[in-house]
Design a protein around this ligand. Structure first.
Ligand code: SAH
Length: 246
């Protein structure tokens, strides 16, 4: 009987892989992986392990999700240990739930191996804590893929008036609309905001600005990138550590 592991690969720094993920990667007969999963992880696989790339970029899928589901299923019919490796955590905008449901419907055994999500770890490597006593008592992780101008949006923009930290994933291409929308709902134009590109890796780039100037400052920054909006961004002045180490 085969087993599929829906596995989080972490945000990029290879050492942020969990021990459980590492174990199944070394045992895998096939690894089905995303663009966001650090390719160095594949070097950990045993000899003869097969690799299948089903990459996705910023919500644009190179393979439609139903085809990815089927690729996983077909591999489960052929192999004993199937690792489906996904960037960050499989259940944070990773569509791991859809893959798990598909496997369940087809009677395939699977396990979820959570990963360190970029939503928290990428800000951390930029010296930005997503909560901080007296500054932010909660944080939200929001899709930035959906245009803020969309009618009947599922995103509760009106709730974003508070000082909770907001982390937008998949939002770089919508940054102009997101920053404008946040100012429209009443956030001040000098409200702190950061864009972090390729976080936790040697190519990490952090741009700090305000809602008014972040678009201009972040121009040309490469993906993957996430957006952090909140007063916690200012803590980077004291907490920046990663760039100092490189
Ligand atoms: N499941 C993943 C998120 C998938 S959505 C997780 O838990 O991290 C993909 C988005 O994640 C990207 O568009 C980007 O916003 C963000 N992202 C992933 N890795 C990143 C990195 N190393 N640096 C910055 N953003 C990253």
């Amino acid at each position: 009987m085969s087993r599929v592991y829906l596995t989080g690969a972490g945000p990029g720094d290879i050492e942020l892989l969990t021990m459980k993920a590492h174990r199944v990667i070394t045992e895998a007969d096939v690894i089905i992986y995303d663009r966001l999963a650090n390719p160095e992880i594949l070097d950990m696989a045993k000899d003869g392990c097969e690799f299948v790339y089903v990459g996705k970029e910023d919500g644009r899928h190179t393979l439609p999700q139903d085809e990815i589901n089927d690729v996983i299923y077909q591999n489960a019919l052929k192999h004993k240990v199937v690792v489906r490796l996904k960037g960050g955590d499989p259940f944070v905008f990773g569509r791991g739930g859809e893959e798990g449901a598909y496997l369940h419907q087809h009677g395939v055994n699977y396990e979820i191996i959570p990963g360190i999500t970029s939503a928290i770890s990428v800000p951390a490597y930029a010296g930005i804590p997503v909560t901080h006593r007296g500054v932010a008592v909660s944080f939200r992780v929001v899709t930035g893929h959906e245009s803020p101008n969309k009618k009947e949006s599922q995103i509760p923009w009106e709730n974003f008036k508070t000082d909770d930290t907001i982390i937008f994933l998949m939002g770089l291409h919508n940054l102009p609309k997101i920053s404008t929308k946040l100012m429209e709902i009443g956030k001040p134009s000098d409200y702190p905001c950061a864009v972090i590109s390729r976080g936790t890796t040697k190519e990490q780039k952090v741009v700090v600005g305000t809602l008014a100037d972040i678009v201009q400052k972040a121009e040309g920054i490469p993906t993957p990138a996430l957006i952090v909006v909140g007063k916690v961004v200012s803590l980077r002045d004291q907490l920046q550590w990663f760039e100092n180490k490189l």
